[in-house]
Design a protein around this ligand. Structure first.
Ligand SMILES: [Ca+2]
Ligand SMILES: [Ca+2]
Length: 233
């Protein structure tokens, strides 16, 4: 009977460990697409992005018409290279990532708190290189998480916490010159302005499949079993 209770408790603990991380914490390793932030569609938010990069025949990207969401913005290549793929996605090829991304916010300029979330996925396959996200008005991102998701695509999540607000903001993205190519199938930005604080949304990338929890559970089961056996003798 005692062994059954211990077994039940161990199982319950293991299930609990395996199902943590919910709410506004997004697990990129378990994802197959970008996430919908907790605040999208609410007041004082903007949402925009690019599923199509530039227009057919573009050489250097200068896309001022986001095709995802409703906010205004631009995605502009700054190193003179052609980063448009044949399918109108993004591909840095033999060059390097060098873009300025501009987006509108919906706040009261000069006051409050502005949360900026940037998400992207590759067209297919993992990342070729780490993308550096430059500061916005001198403020570096508080989180940059770039990993491989559940369907083997590259997925990234970047969070900025900006004091105050400006109607329009810009950040740069870059990779080292001479690195592996970077592909982008989708690139989206969500912003929230609040007079009182930042949005809770953040991201993790769990090791698969919760290896630490499984090892812990195995150790607990073995330990309890051995002790139980000792008493029985
Ligand atoms: Ca696309
Ligand atoms: Ca466009």
């Amino acid at each position: 009977m005692k062994q059954h209770i211990i077994s039940f408790l161990t199982t319950t603990f293991c299930v609990a460990v395996a199902t943590t991380a919910s709410g506004a914490t997004f697990d990129l390793a378990a994802a197959s697409d970008v996430f919908t932030p907790s605040f999208r569609g609410e007041g004082n938010t903007t949402y925009l992005g690019w599923d199509v990069f530039g227009s057919p025949g573009d050489t250097v990207l200068n896309d001022t018409t986001p095709d995802v969401g409703t906010g205004a913005g631009s995605f502009v290549t700054t190193n003179g290279e052609d980063h448009q793929s044949g399918s109108l996605n993004y591909y840095s090829g033999g060059g390097s990532v060098a873009e300025d991304v501009t987006f509108a916010t919906d706040g009261v300029p000069g006051s409050g708190f502005t949360t900026v979330l940037v998400q992207a996925t590759t067209l297919f396959g993992g990342w070729g290189a780490d993308i550096e996200f430059g500061p916005i008005d001198g403020v570096a991102p508080t989180q940059v998480l770039q990993t491989t998701n559940a369907i083997g695509s590259g997925q990234l999540f970047v969070r900025y916490e900006l004091p105050g607000n400006s109607a329009t903001e810009t950040f740069s993205i870059a990779t080292a010159v001479g690195g592996n190519p970077t592909s982008l199938g989708l690139f989206v930005i969500d912003t929230l302005w609040s007079p009182t604080g930042f949005a809770p949304d953040t991201a993790i990338a769990t090791p698969e499949p919760s290896s630490f929890a499984m090892v812990l559970c195995y150790a607990m089961a073995c330990g309890f079993g051995r002790r139980q056996g000792g008493h029985d003798v």
